[in-house]
Design a protein around this ligand. Structure first.
Ligand SMILES: Cc1cc2nc3c(=O)[nH]c(=O)nc-3n(C[C@H](O)[C@H](O)[C@H](O)COP(=O)(O)OP(=O)(O)OC[C@H]3O[C@@H](n4cnc5c(N)ncnc54)[C@H](O)[C@@H]3O)c2cc1C
Length: 493
């Protein structure tokens, strides 16, 4: 096919809010889009904590990308983790499940989100999983409900208390919402269901190194949120730094010194960092990154010297009107996705492009418990029931898929009007798979290694959609030297 006869090729990395909204905005554009995502689903991260606490099923917050985009004919959806970008040849290298491939682009949109940051203490992750993926949420569900089960079997009161102590690290929206929901479980859902323990004796502790809950919401709402949490029975420990985590406890440091809190269930809801792809992209383009690894972009969200590469959403560092980087929230991702799509359409139509991305802040919302939330929308600051109604409406609006909206409403009714939790099941696989994968290795990688020993490595030139036998034909170094970072299928950075 000649340059002139084929359509403009847009490759989108990441089916999060930024990638998906960019693609949807390119629905009618004369482009062929290849979307590459590490999982087969789009993840609505703001409701992950409800999966972890048994309110929603994973399917409700993670619709299949193919279903979401089934009517959009100019998109080809491909599963895999992008490992590297060759900006000279305009090719991305992808590690798919058991197969490597490359994809060519004319315009590249990189929207690979953010990963969990343990602020240099990555070993904390062994005992305090994060809250970034479906795997995280399901493992957490297994740990939370499992803790009550195991506590019920203990005969030593100290062991009972250790199993009934839940520590959530990070008092931002995720940590606050999670702590609130664990407290509701302990005080509303589970009482009366155990014969040997009283779930109401559970301690739920919310820890943060800074001095406020929901600190981005302003002093008034922040203080209100803390009051609501304490009313629910959550112990809020601010100005308290986590200095150690092991399987049976967590060690914190505050103005009075270091303290060890016996606890079997710890959750890490603090800190984000850019995914490894951000570093790779920065290396190959000469772009700068900030301390969290986010890529510094031009005003129109492209990379300096590379107008054909857009970096969007949580991965980008772009200063807002106050000079500080725009926050890592869904609205920044959605609006940056639409902006990139608009820029691409303008260029193809021969119109002037390069307009700066202007973020419109629609406000912030967080729930504390049923019928109780805080909202900061422009000059309007609300807390309590009215804020909760706004929270429900906004989340239903952005939840992808009609069916998911209907079932989410049903499950919210079960949990908030009633006392039940529709999704309490957690399998052994969900509880222990991460450890098993770490010990045994990613099965796809093992198969890949075994296959490489016995025959030439398979690869695919996804630009053509055809498999080729030898990656040397593509010149794809990432597949040749085997040094690329890979993740198990469905497990994010
Ligand atoms: C638990 C939690 C709660 C949150 N609550 C709120 C909230 O209440 N309100 C709010 O506004 N924001 C909230 N956020 C933040 C919000 O979800 C993010 O700002 C938003 O999702 C960013 O969108 P994105 O498209 O940049 O990235 P993401 O939505 O993270 O999507 C990135 C996508 O890229 C894929 N990917 C990553 N690396 C690769 C690779 N190398 N190759 C291929 N694919 C890759 C991932 O699989 C993923 O699908 C929350 C986030 C979390 C984790």
């Amino acid at each position: 096919m000649t340059q002139a006869s084929r359509r403009h090729r847009v490759v989108v990395v990441g089916a999060g809010f930024a990638g998906l909204f960019a693609i949807k905005a390119l629905r009618k554009a004369p482009v062929d889009i290849t979307l590459i995502n590490g999982t087969a689903y789009h993840l609505f991260q703001p409701l992950l904590y409800q999966v972890a606490t048994g309110i929603l099923s994973e399917g409700e917050v993670a619709p299949p990308i193919r279903e979401v985009l089934k009517r959009q004919k100019n998109v080809d959806v491909r599963l895999g983790w992008v490992q590297d970008v060759d900006t000279e040849r305009k090719i991305v290298s992808v590690a798919g499940p058991g197969i490597d491939y490359t994809v060519e682009y004319d315009t590249l949109i990189v929207a690979a989100g953010a990963s969990q940051s343990y602020f240099g203490n990555d070993h904390f992750a062994d005992h305090a999983p994060g809250m970034k993926s479906i795997d995280d949420a399901l493992e957490l569900r297994a740990r939370i409900f499992g803790a009550f089960e195991v506590a019920d079997l203990q005969t030593d009161p100290e062991a009972v208390q250790r199993w009934l102590t839940f520590v959530v690290v990070g008092a931002g929206p995720t940590g606050t919402e999670l702590a609130g929901q664990i407290a509701e479980l302990a005080h509303r859902t589970l009482p009366g269901q155990y014969r040997h323990i009283d779930p109401r004796t559970a301690r739920i502790i919310l820890v943060d190194a800074i001095g406020a809950v929901l600190n981005t919401f302003g002093d008034h709402l922040s203080a209100g949120a803390q009051r609501q949490l304490e009313k629910l029975g959550v112990e809020v420990k601010l100005n308290t730094k986590v200095v150690g985590v092991d399987s049976t406890s967590i060690e914190v440091e505050d103005a009075t010194g270091r303290h060890r809190i016996p606890s079997m269930t710890k959750v890490w809801a603090a800190g984000v960092a850019a995914p490894p792809l951000a570093r790779k992209l920065a290396e190959s383009t000469g772009a700068q990154t900030d301390r969290a690894g986010r890529v510094l972009v031009e005003k129109d969200t492209t990379l300096a010297g590379h107008p054909e590469i857009f970096v969007l959403g949580d991965m980008m560092n772009l200063a807002g009107p106050d000079g500080r980087p725009l926050p890592g929230v869904a609205q920044v991702a959605i609006q940056s996705g639409r902006h990139a799509a608009d820029q691409i359409s303008r260029r193809l139509a021969g119109k002037e492009s390069g307009q700066p991305f202007k973020y419109f802040d629609k406000g912030s919302l967080a729930t504390i418990s049923r019928f109780s939330a805080v909202a900061s929308i422009g000059k309007l600051h609300m807390s309590g029931f009215l804020a909760w109604v706004v929270w429900v409406a906004v989340h239903l609006f952005y939840l992808v898929g009609f069916k998911n909206r209907v079932t989410a409403v049903l499950h919210w009714a079960v949990s908030f009007v009633g006392r039940g939790r529709s999704e309490r099941v957690a399998t052994q696989q969900q509880a222990f798979a991460r450890r098993a994968i770490r010990a045994y290795g990613d099965p796809f990688e093992r198969d890949r290694a075994a296959a490489t020993e016995s025959r030439p490595q398979a690869s695919t030139t996804a630009a053509e959609g055809r498999p080729v036998q030898n990656p040397a034909e593509t010149g794809d170094q990432a597949t040749l030297d085997g040094k690329a970072e890979r993740k198990p299928l469905g497990v994010r950075d």
